[in-house]
Design a protein around this ligand. Structure first.
Ligand code: MN
Length: 152
């Protein structure tokens, strides 16, 4: 997906969010942002190569928050890839800007990828709050952007 969509949605003269720059090195980090926007949600982001071979934060909005216990399935809506530097971002996105509201880091850490497919991802999270094996699946009947995330 690259970062074109990310950059297009934002005015970097007005928001303190980092501008999307392509990077070719990455590690296996993740972050969960707590985003108090028009509707509270978590944003779950995995540092990962995109289809063009650049490192991005693949991102999903999780309206009900990341599951901390096993077998709680939560909807995770795929959103635009974010730049790797977004992993450290916290602050306030001003009114009138995309995603206006406050963003704080709720959890962060590293992950071990177990499986990466078109409609399935599985990984082990090593965070402070989130630990253990998580699966993300995209049931065939779901809209393309909609996934389920759960702890095994
Ligand atoms: Mn968000």
């Amino acid at each position: 997906m690259g970062l074109k969509v990310y950059n297009k949605k934002r005015d970097f003269k007005k928001t303190e969010e980092p501008e999307g720059v392509e990077v070719e090195v990455g590690s296996n980090r993740f972050v969960v942002h707590e985003h108090h926007a028009s509707h509270f949600h978590h944003d779950f982001r995995l540092e990962m190569k995109d289809s063009e071979g650049i490192f991005v934060l693949r991102s999903w909005a999780v309206p009900k928050g990341m599951p901390e216990e096993s077998n709680i399935k939560r909807l995770a809506v795929a959103v635009e890839d974010h730049p790797v530097t977004y992993i450290d971002f916290s602050g306030t996105i001003p009114d009138g800007q995309y995603g206006a509201g406050t963003v704080a880091i709720w959890d962060s850490g590293t992950y071990e990828l177990l499986e990466k497919g078109e409609d399935k991802l599985s990984f082990i999270l090593h965070g402070k709050r989130l630990t253990g094996e998580y699966h993300m699946i995209q049931p065939a009947k779901f809209e393309k952007k909609n996934w389920l995330i759960f702890k095994v």
